[in-house]
Design a protein around this ligand. Structure first.
Ligand SMILES: C[S@@+](CC[C@H](N)C(=O)[O-])C[C@H]1O[C@@H](n2cnc3c(N)ncnc32)[C@H](O)[C@@H]1O
Length: 675
């Protein structure tokens, strides 16, 4: 506070007296940042403490476990916004401080022209840029806390933001390397700059002592042409040793002046037997005695060498899953082998097509994957259920370890209602960010606290089902009214509450009713709820999503007609789905007001549905479907006995239907979906 001048103090007092906002310039004088060597400062940068405290946690709802239960641990595939999920994982002792390796490949933020220099546009672009930096920073803070003390983190980036993100990461982690990797090569002409053929991975550790397994790779000489995988090296090294001579390919030879033969006679004999010794006639030398020798003895270097930070010898991207921006398995194998060992937990919170977890699975690691896209989730599900043992998805079939699919932030209420009481109680408390802390007030058992106010989870299952009515509130008030603060929270299923009010005032006490399902609790939060967004075309798949809050799944209303079309001259035809109506019923503000079909994100199809697991075969984005007159054409030759079709809305809600090829033969057939 010493640097605050007298005039500043007077000005601050004057503004406070007038009830006016303090200019941001005072921020660092009033709240000096901790002493750091440097810090990236930008508009909207929140305090670390506020981010960690204010981020809302959302409970994880288990949806399905694949391949039975794990013994102590089951791998986790989580659908939802990673910020809220990372906050929730912090409360899981199996995860917090246990993750040994994190790999993330966040969107690169390339959607806007951050580099623009034209006035207003440049300003908005920059502002968007700072939002993106803050989006990343928030997640890094939680990732750091989840990381084990000896863990490390690898972040894939490109030139747009890597320099900013490096500074952000330097603030909270320890820098190890910038690794250069390949991107997809483009050779555009007439650019006023160079083509870009690389991206980078920033490698950080949480502490000085961390796990690193000094990876090595087969020696490859970038300049050796045909001999790329091997290199012939001089059989001598600097310095003198005794005895100096060796018998090499039947000749008694001395090394050249000032040098000695690098290997013992027996090692040289062994290498000779392996065909790894040659006499290179292109190079001659004078030996210790000054005799000219017309060839140089050389050995074939086949040993692995320690890896450096230039990884352009392997591919950066792959194209196996049909998911854009799919990373190459070889790349992930290098990362995972460098920083983890078998049994360690590996986490990817921008998991996409699931390269990290597919490789983790092959290398015997445990894993956690998070993505906010349903398309990503179904792509990963399919990838895990069809794994092959070798990197690059070759070799024999590999059965994945059991994994559980969770939803976080978008819940299936029908499933929740079936939970046993104790699990329901836990879920309800977590959903409204209450502290689970049983305590008694005037002999009545309460369940926890929201802030400093008491919370009760209404036991609707008691005595075969009870309801929450005015009488209940009256009785409660007379029992504990004199012992509680000005707010009291009751969490209850909406169907058990018989009145409509969100709260009831009794004297100076406000009794809030937090209904499940119920999404509009903005008034209790400092931020408005934002829904998870699903892409409507491929270019949006890699957008950032910043969802806050929670909602409950509401099936969209779908009406389609089904027919067969056989284009002229083609032998095989198509099963055609024509979408007549698609309306979303999501509860978030404005969702149901969107025009017909405007809330469709995509259609996903399993051509050979086994009656149990949806195995994604093909996806069609809403933008393509619209261009095609709201028609989806499924090649008839692909259809098997049963087909499952998932209609996804932009909020992540699904409508599913099962069809047989015969259903398409009757053109009048129309199916109505939704409730
Ligand atoms: C570049 S892709 C990752 C690709 C992945 N490395 C692979 O090999 O397929 C980035 C992913 O981040 C996801 N994503 C963006 N914002 C997110 C958020 N807030 N929470 C969770 N996932 C998010 C996107 O859905 C997308 O799948």
């Amino acid at each position: 506070m010493a640097s605050l001048k007298k005039s500043d103090k007077e000005r601050i007092i004057e503004l406070l007296d007038k009830g006016e906002d303090l200019p941001l310039d005072y921020k660092h004088l009033l709240f000096p940042p901790e002493k750091k060597e440097y810090e990236l400062v930008y508009a909207g940068k929140e305090r670390e403490e506020d981010i960690l405290a204010d981020t809302m946690a959302v409970p994880l709802q288990p949806i399905k476990t694949f391949d039975g239960n794990g013994n102590d641990w089951t791998n986790k595939l989580i659908f939802g916004d990673n910020l809220q999920i990372l906050k929730s994982l912090q409360d899981d002792p199996e995860v917090k401080g246990q993750v040994k390796l994190i790999y993330i490949d966040p969107p690169f933020g390339t959607g806007d022209e951050y580099g623009s220099i034209n006035g207003e546009k440049a300003y908005t672009a920059k502002l968007k840029g700072t939002h993106f930096i803050e989006f990343f920073r928030k997640r890094i803070l939680f990732l750091r806390d989840i990381l084990a003390d000896d863990g490390c983190i690898f972040v894939r980036l490109d030139y747009h933001f890597s320099h900013y993100f490096k500074v952000i990461m330097d603030e909270v982690l320890l820098f190890r390397n910038e690794i250069i990797i390949n991107r997809i090569h483009k050779r555009l002409r007439n650019l006023k700059r160079f083509n870009v053929s690389t991206e980078c991975i920033l490698f950080y550790s949480k502490n000085e002592n961390f796990q690193f397994f000094n990876p090595e790779a087969p020696r490859k000489c970038n300049y050796c042409g045909a001999e790329k995988d091997s290199i012939w090296e001089d059989l001598t090294s600097p310095g003198l040793r005794n005895p100096p001579e060796r018998i090499i390919l039947g000749r008694n030879l001395l090394p050249r002046r000032g040098r000695h033969f690098s290997y013992t006679q027996s090692k040289i004999n062994k290498m000779e037997n392996e065909g790894r010794i040659r006499l290179n006639k292109d190079i001659s030398y004078y030996d210790l005695n000054g005799t000219k020798i017309d060839f140089r003895p050389e050995y074939l270097q086949t040993e692995n060498v320690p890896l450096d930070n230039n990884w352009t010898d392997i591919k950066g991207y792959a194209f196996m899953t049909g998911y854009p921006t799919e990373n190459h398995e070889e790349l992930l194998a290098r990362v995972i082998q460098a920083g983890s060992k078998e049994g360690d937990i590996v986490l990817d919170s921008f998991a996409g097509s699931g390269t990290t977890i597919a490789v983790a699975e092959k290398l015997g690691r445990r894993w956690i994957a998070i993505d906010c896209g349903k398309f990503a989730i179904y792509t990963m599900q399919k990838r895990l259920l069809n794994l092959k043992s070798e990197i690059g998805n070759k070799g024999k079939k590999l059965k994945s370890n059991p994994f559980t699919l969770y939803h976080a932030g978008l819940y299936d209420f029908a499933m929740l209602k079936k939970l046993p009481w104790l699990e329901w109680r836990k879920f309800a408390l977590l959903l409204f960010n209450c502290r689970d802390d049983k305590h008694r007030v005037s002999g009545l058992e309460l369940d926890g606290y929201k802030g400093r106010s008491d919370v009760m989870v209404f036991d609707y299952q008691k005595e075969g089902g009870v309801v929450l009515d005015y009488g209940f509130i009256d009785d409660l008030h007379s029992m504990i009214g004199s012992k509680i603060g000005s707010q009291f929270f009751i969490i209850a299923p909406a169907a058990s509450v018989v009145f409509l009010e969100d709260y009831i005032d009794k004297g100076s006490i406000r009794y809030y009713i937090l209904r499940i399902p119920y999404s509009i609790i903005n008034e209790l939060h400092s931020k408005d709820f934002e829904a998870i967004k699903q892409p409507i075309d491929e270019s949006q798949v890699n957008n950032t999503v910043d969802a806050v809050g929670f909602d409950f799944i509401r099936q969209p209303k779908v009406a389609c007609s089904y027919s067969i079309e056989k284009p002229k001259g083609q032998l095989l035809g198509y099963a055609v789905i024509k979408i007549k109506t698609f309306k979303s019923e999501a509860m978030l503000k404005g969702a149901s007001q969107l025009e017909n079909r405007k809330s469709l994100s995509m259609i996903m199809v399993d051509f050979d549905y086994d009656g149990e697991i949806f195995n994604l075969d093909k996806s069609y984005y809403a933008s393509e479907i619209e261009k095609n007159g709201w028609k989806v054409l499924l090649p008839l030759e692909n259809l098997k006995k049963q087909i499952m079709i998932i209609y996804l809305d932009i909020y992540g809600n699904e409508y599913r239907e099962i069809k047989t090829p015969q259903d398409f033969s009757n053109p009048k057939y129309v199916k109505r979906g939704g409730k």
